[in-house]
Design a protein around this ligand. Structure first.
Ligand SMILES: [Zn+2]
Ligand SMILES: [Zn+2]
Length: 481
């Protein structure tokens, strides 16, 4: 064999091995993709070894390997990337890398603020879909045909989890995919149907756009002037008159998918009184890498308000946890409003209403936090998030007035753990950390009315600008880092 023939064999072997190790796949389509690529590489190598025996063939081989293969490889990488299924952990790691790269292009981007915008749009759209007037309020934020969404009147939509799962540049566009795990209740001919489903929304924006400087949650920001919009502005900025659309640099929804395998019908009578088997050994904690190195960064960024993670656990995580569960059990849910991110608060409020509708009463008593462990700390230029795994025990049971206890127990304690994620603006301005106080004025913030404002200083204090707020709660079996 001559030199060119050896080169051909080594090139195709190398190419195949590169693909094999770069793309881990777990689906039948992915494995078939790998197999086809193996056949393709072997075929090409054989063909070129054969043709390289004559001088013109050898030249042709060199040209082909050098020029023709490069775009083909790029294309193939894209196909395999789409068909391979990554585990939740792999997705999480990929997104962490994608976000830190994305922050170099858009230093004003903030994950919690983006997720807040995404959730607002998600909820508003699902509640307005059949209302001709209201749907006009969200239309400007859609490139996707709204008629393709399920035209169902939902009585309840609860977002249980919203996560960025991919960030990609495609032909001058930047696309961000968000997975919403949500709970839907719809009434159909006097019967209410409940289901859980995952919806994947793709948000698109012109590549190279700079976000407005973040400033709290619950508002839409104009990309031109940074002004605040609400849905009632019908997509027109009241400050500068810019129409909010793709051209103006706004994030618009370009695709919505609801994978059929994610849809699951549920029965709330069962789900609300059901307890997972928690008798087994608790799962080991999932701690993000480099956490130890971040502790000093955290200490400095707080302007020395907290000595270390342990100090945060004792002064924020534990007291919040106890107070939130107590108020949930006592049905004094308004007393927690200043501690919890608005959409999460509304979600848990809907859950309480469901207990009431069914005639159930859930009681949580003798709650004790047995252990806490900080597992993750992340920040961008404006917001920081800290996740603490909290271990606790309590009596936890559901009573139906006719049948007595229908779930849980009042004699045996329940042992459980959850991952609580707290978020705040970097350099938040509130001085008060006691969970019963308004972080802004320090008075008892327990009579918040439906507007969500502190009754004394008339400020919205649950958007992370004044203090740490609870942003999400994840069961230990669902947490993936
Ligand atoms: Zn504007
Ligand atoms: Zn206040």
């Amino acid at each position: 064999m001559n030199f060119i023939q050896w080169l051909t064999i080594i090139t195709f072997c190398g190419l195949y091995l590169l693909v094999f190790f770069k793309f881990k796949t777990k689906t039948p389509e992915g494995i078939l993709g790998h197999l086809l690529f193996l056949v393709f590489c072997a075929g090409c190598a054989g063909f070129f070894v054969w043709i390289s025996a004559i001088p013109e063939g050898a030249l042709c081989t060199l040209l082909f390997v050098g020029l023709g293969l490069a775009p083909l490889v790029v294309k193939f990488f894209n196909i395999i990337e789409d068909t391979s299924v990554l585990t939740k952990k792999e997705i999480k790691n990929r997104v962490t890398g994608q976000i830190s790269r994305f922050l170099k292009d858009d230093s004003n981007f903030s994950r919690p603020v983006f997720l807040d915008y995404a959730q607002m749009l998600f909820l508003k759209t699902h509640y307005s879909i059949t209302d001709e007037k209201k749907i006009k309020e969200v239309e400007p934020y859609f490139e996707y045909d709204l008629k393709k969404l399920p035209q169902t009147v939902y009585s309840h939509v609860v977002v249980e989890n919203a996560e960025i799962t991919d960030i990609k540049y495609e032909g001058g566009k930047c696309n961000v995919s968000v997975d919403f795990s949500a709970y839907f209740a719809a009434k159909y001919k006097q019967t209410v149907f409940h289901c859980k489903a995952v919806e994947v929304w793709k948000f698109s924006r012109k590549a190279g756009t700079l976000s407005s400087v973040p400033n709290g949650f619950g508002v839409i920001r104009c990309p031109k002037c940074g002004g605040f919009l609400s849905f009632e502005d019908y997509g027109r900025c009241p400050r500068c008159g810019t129409n909010q659309n793709y051209e103006a640099g706004q994030w618009v929804v370009s695709e919505v998918r609801r994978p059929s395998e994610s849809i699951r019908q549920i029965f709330p009578e069962k789900a609300l009184a059901e307890y997972n088997d928690e008798t087994k050994q608790p799962l080991p904690s999932i701690v993000s890498g480099l956490l130890k190195n971040k502790e000093h960064d955290f200490y400095k960024i707080q302007n020395y308000k907290f000595m270390n993670f342990r100090d945060f656990e004792n002064r924020v995580a534990k007291p919040y946890f106890k107070k939130i569960y107590k108020n949930f059990s006592d049905k004094e849910w308004n007393k927690t409003r200043h501690l919890i991110y608005e959409n999460l608060w509304q979600n848990m409020n809907l859950q309480l209403l469901q207990y009431k509708d069914l005639g159930y009463k859930r009681t949580i008593s003798d709650l004790e936090v047995t252990e806490t462990e900080t597992v993750s700390y992340e920040r961008d230029n404006f917001y920081q998030s800290l996740t603490v795994r909290i271990f606790a025990e309590c009596y936890d049971y559901v009573i139906n007035y006719e049948d007595g206890i229908i779930g849980g127990s009042n004699r045996e304690k329940r042992h459980f753990s959850q991952y609580w994620k707290f978020v705040s603006a970097i350099g938040y301005s509130g001085k008060f950390t006691a969970p019963e106080c308004c972080p802004n004025c320090g008075k008892k913030a327990e009579d918040v009315d439906n507007s969500g404002l502190c009754p004394y200083c008339m400020t919205r204090v649950n958007d992370g600008s004044f203090s740490w707020i609870l942003f999400s709660v994840t069961e230990d079996k669902d947490y993936c880092g």
